[in-house]
Design a binder for this molecule. Structure first.
Ligand code: XIL
Length: 380
């Protein structure tokens, strides 16, 4: 058994998870909590899924939606059987919700949130403000550039966006990624390519506005800042830590910090990851691993790459379980047949990455048992 490291503001952050899951399960009407789908994980010989272990350990252990495809079988069954949390992969991104300025289409987002709710899964909303990949509508930059006062225009668009999206899911989306990837890659500096950095005189003011709007729109939602590389890159961790301290000093209403965990360039060290999660917990914040995938290509020189991959999953789940402020781990994609890495314009060149807990036939890989056992070992 591993003693939990305590964070000052949340004497038992993991108990918040238990309360939240009970309330989602109550809302779904059938009274089923994720724990009731399997027997106790500490009873020898009993069935124990990752989600069951998570519920017993006070952790949200999730996966992503696949567009709205995860509402269909068999992936839907896989997600609701093995996880107690789900993150919207694309459906809540600004670019997915809004085709033309001011015209929102919530069809897929509504379907996703309703599915999570109906199945008693904690819902992570991803993401309100992000400047990369598919996160902004195509017209966005043009609107800003055409404005007489770009910062005033951006403030107006931000306000409209948060006030349109967040209240719609009030009390149903438990956690929001408010801002994603503030830093340049492997850097401690704000990304100069970020439209938000370019337009706002003061990037801290952008963060403050984003989080304040979200707080006003749903006072009970947990509000997160999410970043790519703090798990495995010291410069990125330092930059994120500094930025978050500045947010706290300014009084920005942030509740948590997400470490994405796309392990393609290197693998995490368990002790270092634990320390870095704990560092944010000691600021009184929640932490989560929000987008975990571990490319098999990291282990091509190992005698047993699949076992080596399982060891990394074990380390990540164990690190989170060891820090009381750490409330969850989410894998980015539920199975190797669906991984975004294989179809990404850059990373796709190194496909197949087989980076998840389940193979393309939806069978659990050794990484699954490693992750679950790490969580079970942490149950008090
Ligand atoms: C990815 C999705 O998985 C893809 O389907 C989409 O084409 C591009 O975005 N970091 C993030 C996620 O925060 O939103 C990204 O998701 C993966 C990298």
């Amino acid at each position: 058994m591993r003693a939990h490291l305590r964070s000052p503001r949340f004497p038992s952050a993991k108990s918040l998870v238990v309360v939240a899951l009970a309330s989602v399960a109550g809302a779904c009407g059938d009274g089923a909590t994720p724990a009731s789908r399997g027997s106790s994980c500490t009873d020898t010989g009993s069935a124990c899924t990752l989600g069951t272990a998570g519920t017993e350990a006070g952790l949200f252990l999730g996966s992503t939606s696949e567009g709205a495809g995860w509402t269909r079988e068999p992936v839907g069954r896989l997600v609701r059987t093995h996880f107690n949390s789900v993150t919207s992969q694309n459906e809540l991104k600004w670019g997915s919700l809004v085709r033309e300025p001011g015209v929102y289409d919530f069809t897929r987002a509504d379907e996703t949130v309703a599915w999570a709710e109906a199945n008693g899964l904690r819902m992570r909303g991803h993401v309100l403000f992000w400047h990369r990949l598919n996160a902004l509508p195509p017209w966005f930059r043009g609107e800003i550039d055409a404005a007489a006062d770009p910062e005033a225009k951006l403030r107006e668009l931000m306000r409209e966006h948060v006030q349109t999206v967040v209240p719609r899911y009030k009390g149903r989306i438990h956690t929001w990624d408010v801002v994603n990837e503030p830093l340049a890659l492997l850097s401690d500096q704000i990304d100069p390519e970020s439209v938000f950095f370019q337009v706002f005189d003061d990037y801290g003011e952008f963060l403050h506005l984003a989080f304040t709007l979200a707080r006003e729109a749903d006072p009970d939602a947990k509000l997160f800042l999410n970043e790519i590389f703090p798990s495995m890159n010291e410069t990125s961790f330092d930059g994120l830590y500094r930025l978050v301290r500045e947010m706290l000093e300014r009084g920005t209403p942030i509740d948590g910090v997400g470490f994405q965990g796309h392990f393609l360039l290197g693998k995490p060290d368990r002790a270092t990851l634990t320390e870095r999660l704990q560092a944010f917990a000691e600021l009184g914040l929640l932490v989560e691993i929000t987008e975990l995938d571990v490319s098999i290509n990291l282990f091509s020189a190992e005698p047993d790459p699949v076992a080596a991959q399982a060891d990394v999953f074990r380390d990540v789940y164990a690190a989170c379980a060891a820090v009381d402020g750490c409330i969850g781990v989410t894998t980015w994609n539920s199975n190797d047949g669906d991984t975004w890495l294989d179809v990404d314009s850059i990373f796709g060149g190194a496909a197949p990455h087989t980076p998840t807990l389940f193979d393309a036939d939806l069978q659990p890989k050794p990484a699954y048992a490693a992750a679950r056992d790490a969580v079970v070992a942490s149950i008090d």
